[in-house]
Design a protein around this ligand. Structure first.
Ligand SMILES: [Zn+2]
Length: 257
């Protein structure tokens, strides 16, 4: 991926926006550092780290993500082995069958692994290259291109929803989480993975952390800020999976299950 090329496009195509904290609605932030001119700040109310103000870059998604997905497809076998393990974990601990939706599915390996395991696999992604590839090459029939909240999936519909390295990219977090809550069945589970800024292996000089990605990773959660965001929408974390890497791996369900 040529980051510089995309940066030029970002700057040419966008405006900037300032947001209140998506976790606690706070308006007060402390600037930690800047990277590629983007300010990384910490909310004084809840500790969430985010880029704010941030560039609005709707017009570059396609360019950027097509590079990403082509790399992803190139590592197919390794990726597929990994996501099969993730699907197996969910089956073993929580849900054995039903509908599985992978949000940010790229070419659809998670959807494929879910189908192999006996689920009805669904996938959605904002960029079309991966969806086209997965539909054509992997013969996946339920992939959609677009934004989750605009799909009008029925309420109480999915037994499993996975978001692997997705939530940190999503501009409107509360809209996303509200939709997850709506479409997740009672007794269903959300499997979520996102970088963990609270992990002991995150460098003291935060700007050196490899997950710090201007324009791309908009938020950096720890256990506290992620569970608080979910709680706003009636969801709760039921289990943290231990990780040797600085990654939050959580299973989530309805708060009143
Ligand atoms: Zn906050």
């Amino acid at each position: 991926m040529s980051w510089d090329k995309n940066r030029v496009r970002v700057n040419a195509a966008t405006r900037w926006e300032t947001i209140s904290c998506p976790v606690c609605n706070g308006e007060h932030f402390i600037e930690l550092f800047r990277k590629l001119d983007e300010p990384f700040v910490r909310c004084t109310g809840c500790g969430l780290v985010l880029i704010n103000p941030r560039p609005v870059y709707a017009h570059v998604l396609e360019t950027y993500d097509s590079d990403y997905s082509q790399t992803y497809a190139g590592k197919a076998q390794k990726k597929l082995r990994r996501v099969r393990r993730w699907v197996k974990r969910v089956r073993k601990a929580y849900v054995q069958q039903g509908r599985w939706l992978d949000v940010g599915c790229s070419v659809g390996f998670v959807v494929l692994a879910a189908e192999e395991a006996g689920f009805e696999g669904h996938g959605i992604d904002v960029q079309s290259w991966g969806i086209d590839y997965g539909s054509r090459e992997l013969k996946l029939e339920r992939l959609r291109c677009g934004i989750l909240e605009e799909q009008a999936y029925p309420a109480d519909y999915f037994d499993v929803i996975s978001l692997y390295d997705v939530i940190e990219h999503v501009p409107d977090l509360n809209r996303l989480v509200a939709e997850l809550k709506k479409i997740l069945k009672q007794g269903g589970v959300i499997d979520m993975i996102t970088p963990d800024i609270g992990h002991w292996r995150v460098p003291g000089a935060l700007s050196d952390w490899q997950e710090i990605k201007p324009s791309e990773h908009l938020y950096y959660f720890n256990k506290h800020s992620l569970s608080r965001l979910l709680a706003r929408h009636g969801l709760r974390i039921i289990k943290y999976r231990f990780g040797i890497k600085p990654v939050l791996k959580v299973y989530v369900t309805h708060a009143h299950n």
